[in-house]
Design a protein. Structure first.
Ligand SMILES: Nc1nc2c(ncn2[C@@H]2O[C@H](COP(=O)(O)OP(=O)(O)OP(=O)(O)O)[C@@H](O)[C@H]2O)c(=O)[nH]1
Ligand SMILES: [Mg+2]
Length: 311
């Protein structure tokens, strides 16, 4: 996938490039910060925790520096197999990243990471603690994050607001300084390595988070079944999987009213992303307990660690 402007980005001798992981508790603002850093709505954002379930890759190439951001699911205490897959997706990148951004929601309590996660973080090649939601946090809360960051990691946190956009340019410059000299890892016009159909399914999930309550959005997985690239409007057929017939009934609504609203909302998000008209054909199917089923999770594209131990 490529970006539609053609900003000049140097690919000459002294370019820098590398992977930058965004990790932290659910709801800390990881996806918001990545969208800010790449200046594009790539990763879905909602007020609810555990929105991001898989890694989302966003690429920013400018001024001879290519940053390949990896947004991750929150570092959760796993309660079922989907959580284990999410935690795996988040921790696996810490090891490989050139720079790890550890996000903390400064307006909330300090995170308590498991010893395994803490060890991974302290072994990161280059770690930055990011105190996010600066706009929301009280001075005493910001001080708490500073003390926490000094005690745990011996680091001064970077104070930013992903929502207001403050501190972002300074942070980007600091990340650039920490990346190794390297040729670009992706073509400089690319904004992600993930296919458009991945982002389509994410925008359907984001719309579902905005329309439905309680466990319903968490019970949803979305798979694009058909994507007619050359049609106009762009034709997309997708299936929404839920765990129970009652959830299916909620998503469809009285006389199909709810799924119509969901389709309209998701279509607008997808149209903004692809920059053209879209025909979105949504279907709903029940797959009992898919969040606990290793085969289903793999079918939906999750990497499941040791599935036989968790069935
Ligand atoms: N006030 C304020 N809100 C923010 C800021 N950054 C993010 N938020 C809000 O915090 C909520 C969570 O943001 P996300 O970007 O989805 O957080 P996340 O860490 O990706 O969450 P998960 O994917 O669930 O782990 C959303 O309602 C955001 O609008 C910030 O700097 N200030
Ligand atoms: Mg997220």
């Amino acid at each position: 996938m490529t970006r539609d402007d053609d900003s000049p980005a140097g690919t000459s001798a002294a370019t820098r490039a590398g992977y930058v992981a965004l990790v932290g508790y659910p709801n800390a603002g990881k996806s918001s910060l990545m969208n800010r850093l790449v200046e594009q709505k790539l990763s879905i954002v909602t007020p609810l925790a555990q929105t991001t379930r898989e890694r989302v890759l966003g690429i920013d190439s400018r001024d001879g520096v290519q940053m390949v951001f990896i947004d991750t699911p929150g570092l959760v205490e796993p309660r079922y197999l989907l959580h284990r897959a999410m935690l795996y997706a988040a921790t696996e990148v810490i090891d490989d990243a050139d720079v790890v951004l550890l996000l903390v929601d400064a307006a909330a309590g300090m995170p308590e990471f498991s010893p395994d996660v803490l060890r991974l973080l302290t072994l990161a090649k280059s770690l930055l603690v990011i105190s996010n939601k600066h706009d929301l946090a009280k001075p005493a809360q910001l001080e708490t994050v500073r003390n926490w960051s000094r005690e745990r990691f011996g680091l001064e946190p970077w104070e930013v607001s992903a929502l207001a956009g403050t501190g972002i340019d300074e942070l980007r410059a600091e990340i650039a300084r920490r990346l190794p000299e390297s040729p670009f890892l992706f073509p400089e016009d690319d904004i992600s390595s993930q296919p458009v159909r991945f982002f389509v399914s994410e925008f359907v999930r984001e719309a579902a988070f905005e329309l439905f309550e309680k466990e319903v959005p968490y019970s949803i997985a979305v798979k694009v079944d058909e994507f007619r690239e050359n049609s106009s409007p762009l034709y997309i057929r997708a299936t929404i999987y839920v765990e129970r017939p009652t959830q299916k009934a909620i998503i469809i609504g009285q006389g199909g009213a709810a799924i119509k609203r969901l389709g309209q909302s998701a279509r607008l998000k997808i149209e903004e992303f692809v920059g053209g008209p879209v025909y979105l054909d949504l279907w709903v199917k029940v797959v009992p307990r898919w969040r606990k089923d290793p085969l289903q999770l793999q079918r939906f594209g999750f990497s499941v660690p040791n599935p036989e131990k968790n069935a």
